[in-house]
Design a protein around this ligand. Structure first.
Ligand SMILES: [Fe+2]
Length: 268
């Protein structure tokens, strides 16, 4: 039985770091990821025995962000360290899982370690896959929500740091559109414009979410229509057809997954 109070561990841990905006952003992100992870588990008939582990993995997935920012003053892994691995080493160093059985401990650590990889590693066992996908889906759903909030508050045009300083009104890149048409994830090396940056998230919707419940949440939040309308409002009309096509493909994929229903793998 897993009885760790992960929320309490997280709250006590984050209090050790300065009360600055970047840290507050990560605390708020984690709280939302936990809420979404709980919602996905509730809607997915998640195995009861894994629910507390899923919640703990959500609380812990980004704890490495706090020492990362303290040491390097950046959240860019490329310019510092892999924050998921740093989260794992913090979890171990804090001793949060010392009293947890090895199997449960490994499940949480794998979910944290793999949450930011482009692709989920093959050969995960069914329980591992469930927890890894849970954290990845919940994390992505919050990243979608953040962009939607930025669009709603007209935050983007004056804050290029949000989208890596990419040209705001440059066209879509062919390679990015082709990836979406192929149902593949977008390679970050192909990202040349703000529109490409947005299409990374559209590609998540086209096959990047694991749980039908996650797809349902994306549809309920109107995430694709919001992106399509916004991109069409800032890009010339010659780009509109490709934008609409990408968003349409993603919407079809989301609806298909919702209709096909839950595909929970329950361990024997
Ligand atoms: Fe993360």
């Amino acid at each position: 039985m897993f009885t760790l109070d992960a929320k309490q561990c997280f709250n006590a841990y984050t209090k050790k770091f300065p009360d600055v905006e970047m840290n507050r952003l990560k605390i708020a992100h984690t709280e939302r990821v936990v809420a979404v992870a709980l919602e996905i588990m509730k809607r997915s008939a998640f195995p009861e025995a894994l629910m507390a582990l899923g919640e703990a993995a959500a609380w812990f997935h980004d704890v490495g962000r706090f020492p990362q920012f303290q040491r390097y003053q950046t959240f860019s892994d490329r310019h510092s360290v892999n924050h998921a691995l740093l989260s794992c080493s913090e979890i171990l160093q804090q001793g949060w899982l010392d009293a947890t059985p090895a199997k449960s401990r490994d499940l949480i650590l794998k979910a944290v370690e793999f949450h930011n990889l482009r692709e989920v590693p093959p050969q995960l066992d069914p329980d591992e896959a469930l927890l890894v996908h849970l954290v990845r889906d919940a994390d992505k759903l919050d990243i979608l929500a953040l962009l939607e909030q930025a669009i709603a508050t007209d935050y983007l045009a004056d804050h290029p740091e949000v989208y890596w300083g990419l040209p705001f009104t440059a066209p879509l890149s062919d390679a990015v559109v082709e990836a979406i048409e192929a149902g593949a994830s977008v390679s970050y090396k192909d990202i040349q414009s703000f529109a490409d940056f947005v299409l990374i998230q559209v590609a998540w919707c086209n096959g990047g979410f694991h749980f039908p419940a996650s797809c349902a949440l994306v549809l309920e939040r109107n995430s694709l229509a919001i992106r399509q309308t916004y991109l069409c409002s800032i890009l010339p009309s010659g780009e509109h057809e490709r934008i609409k096509r990408c968003c349409h493909l993603a919407e079809v994929a989301l609806k298909r997954k919702v209709q096909n229903g839950a595909s929970i793998h329950i361990s024997p």
